[in-house]
Design a protein around this ligand. Structure first.
Ligand code: ZN
Length: 141
C-alpha cells in the first residue's frame, strides 16, 4: 500500500474532499462534458472567457480522488490565464502525468507537480487528464 499512499498525497486528498470551484457558473460562455468509462469519472466544466482570458472556471461532477483533485486544481490554475498559456499548461501537465518527469515541466506547472506520481499508475493517468481534455474541447468550441 506504500505506492498508493505516495500517490494519494495530502494535497490530492484535501482537494478531493474539498474541491475548489465546485459549482455551476451561470455566466459561462464555454462548456464541456467529460466522461472516463474506465473509472466512472464524469464532469461538466464551465468556463467564462473574455478577450482570450479565462476569468472564471468551475465544475460539477463525481469520480475518484485523483480525478476530483485534478479538476479542482485545474480550475484554480487556469483562472486569470490566457488561452495560449493554458494550452501550454495542458501540454506540460500531459508530459508530467505520463512521464513523471518534473524537470521538464517545473517552470510553470506550480502546484500541479503533485500529480507526477500518477505516471506510475497508467490507469489513473486518464483520471488526471480528463478535466484537461474536457477543457481543451470546451475552449476549442
Ligand atoms: Zn478516476
Amino acid at each position: 500500500m506504500d505506492d498508493l499512499h505516495n500517490l494519494y498525497q495530502e494535497v490530492i486528498i484535501d482537494h478531493s474532499h474539498h474541491p475548489h470551484n465546485f459549482c455551476v457558473c451561470n455566466e459561462a460562455n464555454h462548456m464541456g462534458d467529460g466522461y472516463n468509462p474506465l473509472c466512472g469519472d464524469k464532469l461538466t466544466l464551465y468556463i467564462k472567457e473574455e478577450n482570450g482570458v479565462v476569468e472564471e472556471a468551475t465544475f460539477q461532477g463525481s469520480g475518484c480522488a485523483i480525478f476530483m483533485a485534478s479538476a479542482s486544481m485545474m480550475t484554480d490554475a487556469i483562472k486569470g490565464k490566457k488561452i495560449d498559456e493554458i494550452k501550454e499548461l495542458y501540454k506540460n501537465f500531459h508530459v508530467l502525468v505520463t512521464s513523471g518527469d518534473i524537470n521538464q515541466t517545473t517552470k510553470n506547472i506550480g502546484k500541479l507537480a503533485v500529480f507526477a506520481g500518477v505516471s506510475e499508475f497508467p490507469v489513473r493517468v486518464k483520471c488526471a487528464i480528463l478535466p484537461w481534455h474536457t477543457l481543451k474541447e470546451a475552449l476549442d468550441k
